[in-house]
Design a protein. Structure first.
Ligand code: DP6
Length: 332
């Protein structure tokens, strides 16, 4: 083999993440430029493993998701993303992308964040783009806004921006900064959500609640940054709950409305409040779906999980803060 032969395939891994301050609403269309800052933690237990390999003489990219060829919107989204990287690098090869999640599909954890962060890492490397983490977060953002945050490890913020260059992620603290924090996903429903967040973002501006939310987020984000630095679950949890409710108020009042909650969502929210009333610190946050994430310290994890499983009958997945996107295999 020639000394500088190009690799035939590159495999990268990245974690999903849960936002304490939510990203909801874009500026313009096409570049996923967030209206507000968002802050999240990577989920160590929820990982996408994505391989990118060049296809010689193929007319189209191929996308294999969890072992099955994907078509339609999912395949177009991956191909459109690869086009952006091809435009930047001047490369033309089509690519076979195979992606697997170690967490069940439709379990309320956005696989697009982990999937596009892993694909950004693998595909930029395959096309010889020497991107540092900041640049990689910009590239990942083009696939899925929240994917920008999965590029870096631990606790990460995504800055809002008016241009592609402005909107990038930066690490607030590594995963090791808060080893006892746990996120428990409570799977209220594993049905696939009706509308991808990507199209929901454009409805944010139709809600009369949006201006109120946007004016409140900067101070709340400051509180979350301080809470992460101080490992202060009370402050983090209160801010995260309020932020999730504020985002869902926007969703529920947009036209058309996006009412994501199910009866089980409200049952979990109430169970979390009950845990608190009983002296166990626990807080909820909810993404664009009916499932609930519960934030607790390690010593309260099993109590919270027991309530969700034994009393409410829901499946759970627990995570601590996880690492950033990384290449795990490169061949030959
Ligand atoms: C509610 O545009 O990143 O999860 O459709 O999964 O690509 P995908 O979502 P994205 O929006 C994420 C919205 C959110 C809040 C958040 O993660 O900040």
């Amino acid at each position: 083999m020639a000394e500088n032969a190009e690799p035939l395939s590159i495999t990268a891994e990245a974690c999903a993440n849960i936002a304490f301050i939510k990203y909801w609403g874009n500026r313009g269309v096409g570049l996923n430029l967030p209206l507000n800052v968002s802050i999240s933690m990577n989920l160590e237990s929820c990982v996408s493993r994505t391989t990118a390999a060049p296809l010689s003489d193929a007319a189209d990219d191929e996308f294999i998701l969890n072992g099955r060829p994907a078509e339609g919107d999912a395949a177009r989204r991956v191909s459109g993303f690869l086009d952006r990287i091809r435009e930047t690098t001047g490369r033309r090869e089509k690519v076979r992308v195979s992606s697997e999640n170690n967490f069940p599909f439709g379990c309320g954890i956005a696989s697009s964040a982990s999937g596009f962060a892993a694909l950004a890492r693998a595909a930029t490397s395959l096309f010889g783009l020497n991107a540092d983490e900041t640049e990689l977060s910009r590239v990942a953002r083009l696939g899925s806004g929240s994917a920008a945050r999965s590029v870096m490890g631990g606790f990460v913020e995504l800055l809002p921006g008016e241009t592609h260059a402005d909107a990038f992620a930066r690490q607030l603290a590594p995963a090791s900064a808060w080893p006892g924090l746990r996120d428990l996903v409570v799977v209220v429903s594993s049905e696939e959500k009706a509308a991808a967040s990507l199209s929901g973002h454009s409805l944010a501006a139709t809600s009369e609640m949006l201006p109120g939310r946007l004016s409140a987020v900067p101070a709340r984000a400051d509180r979350v940054r301080r809470a992460v630095a101080d490992r202060d679950l009370t402050s983090l949890g209160e801010a995260a709950e309020l932020d999730a409710l504020s985002m869902h108020a926007v969703m529920m009042t947009s036209r058309p409305a996006l009412p994501y909650w199910k009866p089980g969502t409200l049952a979990v929210m109430e169970a979390v409040r009950d845990l608190r009333r009983g002296g166990t610190e626990a807080y909820f946050t909810i993404d664009a779906g009916p499932n609930v994430h519960v934030l607790v310290e390690e010593e309260n994890l099993s109590r919270a999980a027991r309530v969700m499983t034994d009393e409410l009958g829901f499946r759970t997945i627990a995570s601590k803060a996880g690492p950033g996107a990384r290449i795990v295999e490169s061949s030959p």
